[in-house]
Design a protein around this ligand. Structure first.
Ligand SMILES: [Zn+2]
Length: 207
């Protein structure tokens, strides 16, 4: 069964026209694969190396960037023996697997993890669905969710950086309906409640 470790919780603030942000980076260990999700910015190499060492992880099978923004891809180069998934691109060196995410087709990594297309923040976002040893479904969503507060308290947190708000609202609702826990793009993981699902439903219907 899969285990999840958080390498760093993300954040984002805006002050005087400058946004300060970094992503939430996590690592998933299944009986078959180790998958690192959203590798922060190029200045964070030591944070990632140190944490992987503490976790005794010396082999990473997949690098998954939920989308192509710099704080989600910055250290992908540390993992040159891994398969890389960046948004809809599944590749290793110069070989790209022609996987039809754009038709909604999921990409199954192993018995515990699969990648589904969840565009909206950009045109090519993906979410990793993880079946944990507690038999919960955890969704590592990248910026489909900025952080927990963007569901009920302040939807502007996700809408302000949305490429297609209607598409994103639809995929947010979909992910909330199939998962027990969300790891958002820029905050700590949070358990999904029915209030979250209802708020996302009402929001989508009124958009
Ligand atoms: Zn982003």
């Amino acid at each position: 069964m899969a285990e999840i470790h958080i390498i760093q919780n993300g954040y984002s603030t805006v002050d005087n026209g400058v946004m300060k942000a970094n992503a939430t980076c996590s690592v998933v260990v299944t009986p078959a694969n180790t998958i690192i999700i959203d590798t922060l910015s190029p200045w964070d190499s030591e944070v990632i190396k140190k944490k992987l060492q503490e976790l005794h992880i010396d082999k990473v099978d997949y690098v998954l960037s939920t989308h192509g923004h710099p704080d989600h891809t910055g250290n992908n180069h540390l993992f040159l023996n891994s398969k890389h998934i960046v948004g809809y691109s599944v590749f290793e060196k110069d070989s790209y697997l022609l996987h039809p995410f754009e038709k909604g087709v999921e990409f199954i990594i192993d018995d515990w993890t699969k990648v589904i297309p969840t565009p909206g923040h950009t045109s090519e976002d993906v979410t990793l669905l993880i079946n944990t040893k507690e038999n919960k479904i955890v969704a590592a969503t990248g910026d489909l969710f900025e952080r927990e507060e963007d569901v009920i308290e302040d939807p502007s947190l996700w809408m302000d950086s949305s490429y297609d708000a209607r598409l994103q609202a639809e995929n947010r609702l979909k992910v909330l309906s199939i998962s027990d826990v969300v790891i958002p793009g820029h905050g700590p993981m949070f358990p999904v409640s029915n209030s979250h699902r209802q708020a996302a439903q009402v929001f989508y219907e009124n958009l």
